[in-house]
Design a binder for this molecule. Structure first.
Ligand SMILES: [Fe+2]
Ligand SMILES: [Fe+2]
Length: 192
């Protein structure tokens, strides 16, 4: 699917569906961090008009997702818990080179991969009978939104960098992402 080179481990959905509370709290933080990341890119690249325009829209959408997931948490009589972080995003962030313009290219492509992986996981969640029906509807609605974000990041990369360089770096990072996914421990996290 999309640019991904490995499928999610088959055991993940079983673990995720057994602890919906943890999954929802981790998911809420993923949406919060996606919104914050959009603002972070605007802060670092204010002169890139297309990026600023797209990130304003993305921040609005990710904030709406955050609100929706927190609503599901409250509907279950729970509160949002502290973010435990996740090794997946941490290991991907380590791949971002420190100097521009490489930093911009890598940041956009790492974000694109995270969106693609989220889209794949929402597809699994939406199709699983082990997930409560109302949540399956929510995951289904998020699938297309995250696919749109994946395209946004690739398109932005192709505005600022030659297409062959974008394609080559995306293939490289996608291969690393696949290695990270294969090594995950099947936790009740969006990227666990
Ligand atoms: Fe989102
Ligand atoms: Fe997204």
């Amino acid at each position: 699917m999309l640019c991904l080179q490995a499928d999610t481990n088959p055991g993940w959905i079983e673990v995720a569906s057994r602890d919906i509370a943890t999954l929802l709290c981790d998911h809420a933080h993923c949406e919060r961090k996606a919104a914050m990341n959009g603002m972070y890119l605007i802060m670092h690249y204010p002169e890139r008009d297309a990026l600023v325009r797209e990130m304003i829209t993305l921040v609005e959408e990710e904030t709406a997702h955050f609100k929706m997931v927190v609503g599901e948490i409250y509907a279950r009589g729970m509160s949002l818990r502290r973010d435990r972080g996740n090794i997946y995003a941490k290991r991907l962030a380590e791949q971002v080179r420190k100097q521009d313009p490489e930093r911009l290219l890598d940041s956009l492509l790492v974000d694109c991969l995270i969106e693609a992986r989220s889209c794949e996981r929402f597809t699994i969640l939406a199709g699983s009978e082990a997930i409560p029906e109302e949540l399956r509807g929510m995951y289904h609605s998020l699938m297309s939104s995250e696919e749109g974000h994946y395209l946004t990041f690739v398109d932005l990369a192709k505005i600022y960098f030659p297409h062959d360089i974008v394609d080559a770096r995306l293939a490289e990072l996608s291969s690393l992402e696949a290695d990270i996914v294969r090594s995950l421990m099947n936790k009740p996290q969006m990227h666990g």
